[in-house]
Unconditional design. Structure first.
Length: 141
């Protein structure tokens, strides 16, 4: 049995999507406005104070400054929307045109990370902190 707070949180989740067109439709329908608008407001105010605060305080704000003020709020909204939609992304299962997996193809669940090629795995294994720190060479005479 779920509490009313849990139902409220579950009701605000972004619908799952798997194709970019679906994410664009969700964004265009305003799915991201309610959760991302407060984030954009707070971050936009901080950016406004940092970037255009002195110009606005001195009264030297032209039309270009006001465009920049608007961008201080639009960019955080877009970034927060991207993060909100990315969290709801469901990976597509690759298979034949009928939606079935090809015979002999490994079964993908979408939760396992992609496997590295052996050469890439060996290269990453050689990049340990001890291998990256080199001892200083002795002074030459």
């Amino acid at each position: 049995m779920r509490s009313s707070a849990m139902r409220a949180v579950a009701g605000r989740r972004c619908p799952p999507w798997s194709r970019p067109g679906e994410a664009i439709r969700l964004f265009a329908r305003g799915t991201t406005v309610h959760p991302c608008f407060p984030v954009a407001g707070v971050v936009g105010c901080v950016l406004l104070a940092i970037n255009e605060g002195t110009q606005l305080a001195s009264g030297q704000a032209g039309w270009l400054t006001w465009v920049q003020v608007g961008l201080n709020f639009v960019v955080p909204f877009l970034v927060a929307s991207y993060g909100y939609l990315t969290a709801a992304r469901v990976p597509r299962v690759h298979g034949s045109a009928a939606g079935e997996q090809e015979k002999g193809a490994p079964r993908t669940t979408g939760s396992a990370p992609p496997r590295l090629a052996p050469a890439a795995a060996a290269l990453l294994a050689s990049w340990t902190p001890a291998a990256l720190i080199r001892s200083p060479s002795p002074p030459s005479r």
